[in-house]
Design a binder for this molecule. Structure first.
Ligand code: SF4
Length: 505
């Protein structure tokens, strides 16, 4: 006898799950981040992890997104052979893509907690945003049983884009291959996070193995205590130690913890090959698994607030330098040193990819810019829409590397003094910063809600039609940043961005 599952229950459960994961870190992630923070001795990295923890708590309390990049929706269905889909209204059941897209639409346009829509319909055309974050990316398999198991994830641009794949020879070392990938991934995936490794199968199966392996709780400490029982577990332990020994660290700032765990999943494969895939989960790890058995929609238990016991409400640091952006001058920028913590107050401009392109196009045509950049700082950000009581929604930094190609023009021709983003800069951008005695500052990727609380006012100054990519002016109050490239061209990142430029955020 088939088990009837109403499609309305799938839509309602998924919409609720997407809202839930936008502001709820899984408890195992919070615990692992706390352990890494407690063990860290490198000051800028420890401060970054402290901000991630404060942000995690505030997002859960405020039910607002952990990160401004609220992600692309990925849904993995395991459909029992005994499941029969029906509709409560008696209509003919819809295709599952339609059912799931309705949930995404509902979740991302929820007026109480609107999420940022990041999906574009036509990657090679106008790249128009679908505005409701549809379509979801859906995978399904038919399995034994009469239940529907759903795993849903919201993956930001900085996570999946760092995925790697190779087909190795049987005599090659998977360990060496993985270790060789990490430096090239840069910090755009906002470590610390979890790395999933898929080994075997076909190329697409290896990628899926890596992705799915990330949906198991963080348990590397337990495994280390128990000891490995097979080759997969031995590889996990070895990779966890060796990746952290690379010293990339949280946000790429150096230190002990680049990965909180490493997952390994394997499948049989052709005797002549080892397909191997790597997929990271970032600091905004967001996923949830639930089961529908025909008894109604799923409900979700929030992470107990006790998981954040002792975590502060705000980031405070006694040894930070206060900077008034309204009085910023080149001479002050020249005193900043790499690794220094600054608390920025005053007015900052925002611009990311599309606005940068337009500014440089105007420079090319020798036309006036819509904003005067002389003596100003630009923050690379695309915020979530505000709700009542907010100046702006969660507003963390996006990956600076994508703006590298515009740096020389803006620093050389506009009088711009500083840029704020996340992750490393490439050699040419660092040269430009040194040449023009400017600076590059990093805010913590994945601490978007905490950072938005240091933004007191926001208004659009130019390119309003670009939506979240418009040029805004934010008024900041003690907005925390670290000097990542100072005016002498000294970079805090051990890793240097290489083309193709990393993306995300
Ligand atoms: S900005 Fe960083 S933390 Fe946020 S989704 Fe992207 S990679 Fe994750």
């Amino acid at each position: 006898m088939a088990r009837r599952i109403e499609q309305e229950d799938l839509t309602a459960s998924l919409a609720e799950a997407l809202q839930f994961i936008s502001h709820q870190h899984p408890p195992d992630f919070v615990r692992a981040l706390r352990r890494a923070h407690a063990a860290e001795i490198h000051a800028p990295t420890k401060a970054a992890m402290e901000q991630l923890l404060i942000n995690s708590r505030l997002a859960a309390l405020g039910r607002r997104p952990i990160c401004q990049d609220t992600g692309v929706v990925q849904v993995f269905l395991r459909i029992g052979v005994g499941v029969q889909f029906s509709r409560r209204d008696g209509a003919t059941p819809l295709g599952l893509q339609q059912v799931i897209d309705e949930a995404v639409r509902r979740a991302y346009t929820d007026p109480v907690n609107p999420l940022r829509a990041s999906m574009i319909r036509d990657p090679l055309g106008m790249r128009a945003n679908t505005r409701d974050n549809t379509p979801a990316i859906v995978f399904s398999e038919i399995v034994d049983g009469d239940e529907l198991e759903v795993t849903v994830a919201a993956k930001g641009g900085g996570g999946d884009v760092k995925a790697r794949f190779a087909t190795l020879n049987p005599s090659d070392s998977v360990l060496d291959w993985v270790l060789a990938q990490l430096p090239g991934m840069g910090a755009g995936w906002c470590p610390p996070g979890v790395v999933g490794i898929g080994i075997g199968g076909s190329p697409e199966q290896a990628m899926l193995l890596a992705k799915r392996s990330l949906f198991d709780p963080i348990d590397i400490d337990r495994l280390r205590s128990a000891g490995p029982a097979n080759a997969e577990q031995a590889l996990r332990l070895e990779l966890h130690s060796r990746i952290n020994d690379l010293g990339i660290g949280a946000q790429g700032l150096g230190g002990l913890s680049t990965v909180l765990d490493v997952k390994v999943a394997t499948a049989p494969c052709h005797a002549a090959t080892i397909p191997v895939a790597l997929v990271p989960n970032c600091a905004a790890t967001r996923y949830l698994r639930f089961v529908l058995d025909g008894s109604g929609p799923a409900s979700f238990e929030p992470t107990p607030l006790s998981e954040w016991d002792g975590i502060a409400d705000r980031f405070d640091t006694a040894d930070a330098t206060h900077v008034d952006l309204d009085k910023l001058e080149s001479a002050e920028v020249a005193t900043w040193r790499t690794g220094q913590t600054l608390l920025l107050s005053g007015r900052v401009l925002t611009a990311r990819d599309a606005a940068h392109k337009r500014l440089v196009d105007l420079l090319d045509r020798k036309q006036p810019l819509p904003v005067d950049l002389r003596g100003r700082a630009i923050y690379y950000v695309g915020p979530v829409d505000a709700v009542a009581g907010e100046a702006v929604g969660p507003a963390g930094p996006t990956t600076a590397t994508r703006m590298d190609k515009f740096v020389e023009r803006l620093l050389g021709e506009t009088g711009l003094l500083a840029m704020i983003g996340k992750a490393e800069r490439g050699p040419a951008a660092i040269q430009s910063i040194r040449r023009h005695r400017a600076a590059y500052l990093v805010a913590v990727g994945g601490a978007a809600y905490l950072l938005s609380k240091a933004i007191r006012r926001a208004r659009v100054l130019a390119f309003e039609e670009l939506g979240m990519e418009a040029i805004h002016e934010f008024e900041l109050a003690d907005f925390p940043v670290t000097v990542a490239v100072d005016s002498r061209g000294t970079s805090i990142h051990r890793i240097t961005a290489k083309p193709p430029a990393s993306i995300g955020g």
